[in-house]
Design a protein around this ligand. Structure first.
Ligand code: FES
Length: 276
């Protein structure tokens, strides 16, 4: 227990949590339940939910895993904004009441647990992986060289957690269930901008009636993204690539470089664990 002497700025205050509850097997409609939580400085919304579950109501359902903004599983609608519960300190919300609902634009599995199946299906549909020209499985995997500039082309978009906050913020996803949405569009750009990727049909997957042209750049997705990915920008860059085409793929297998110089102080790669 931290004492006031060790941490003089420590605050403690009772905060009212208004949490949406819904069990599709028992309830005909969602309802709101209130809990009073003694919040201390630094406490996150996720920790407050754990307090409710452990001390006030064990039946509350929510989803989380890493508790450090990495796994993307604790997305919720907190005070009318899609946010990660583990990444949101209660006092930073600067309010005496915290309202928590499941992410909009998804069906509810129970309480604060949304059904993210559409997100993962749409994400899979744009083939979110590097596709090489020669896809034969018996080909030995190769290491490819990439300059810092080539990495910068897509790096920002590679920080996507697949938390789905952007999809719940998007007004077009709300009105067109078939619209691919900001997460898949941002990731389609991520792979098109990667000079190791040779996919010929990824552009076709997003260049259709419910694809990239439905994005009218509301920008809510980029505001909601907890990692600064900016999927709205990704969608606009994707449009540019479809209209004007892209640069020629240039990544060369590492073996083609002649006498590459190892940077100082970088240790050798570990021995192979599988023999050819
Ligand atoms: Fe992993 Fe919040 S629990 S991102």
């Amino acid at each position: 227990m931290v004492t006031d002497k060790e941490f003089p700025d420590r605050k403690e205050k009772n905060i009212l949590f208004r949490v949406l509850r819904f069990d599709p097997e028992k309830d005909s409609a969602p309802r709101t339940q209130e809990y009073k939580v003694p919040v201390v400085t630094g406490m996150t919304v996720l920790e407050a939910l754990y307090y409710i579950k452990e001390h006030l109501d064990g039946s509350l359902a929510f989803r989380c895993s890493c508790r450090m903004g990495i796994c993307g599983s604790c997305g919720m609608f907190i005070n009318n904004m899609p946010r990660l519960a583990c990444h949101t300190q209660v006092f930073h919300l600067e309010t005496g009441t915290v309202e928590i609902k499941p992410l909009p634009n998804y069906d509810i599995i129970r309480d604060l647990v949304p059904d993210l199946t559409p997100l993962f299906e749409k994400h899979n549909s744009i083939k979110p992986y590097i596709i090489k020209e020669d896809e034969s499985l018996d080909k030995e995997p190769e290491e490819y060289l990439q300059s810092n500039e080539e990495l910068e082309e897509y790096l920002q978009f590679a920080y996507c957690l697949k938390c789905g906050l952007c999809m719940s913020a998007c007004p077009t996803v709300a009105s067109d269930k078939e619209f691919l949405g900001p997460q898949p569009l941002g990731q389609a750009y991520r792979y098109l901008a990667d000079n190791r990727d040779c996919s010929k049909d990824r552009k076709l997957l997003v260049d259709n009636a419910h694809g990239v042209w439905r994005c009218h750049m509301a920008g809510a997705c980029s505001e909601a993204c907890p990692k600064g990915v900016d999927p709205a920008m990704g969608a606009q860059l994707l449009k540019k690539k479809i209209i004007f085409g892209g640069r020629k793929k240039t990544a060369k297998p590492a073996g083609t470089q002649i006498n590459p110089e190892r940077k100082p102080n970088i240790s050798n790669a570990p021995e192979r664990t599988i023999n050819k």
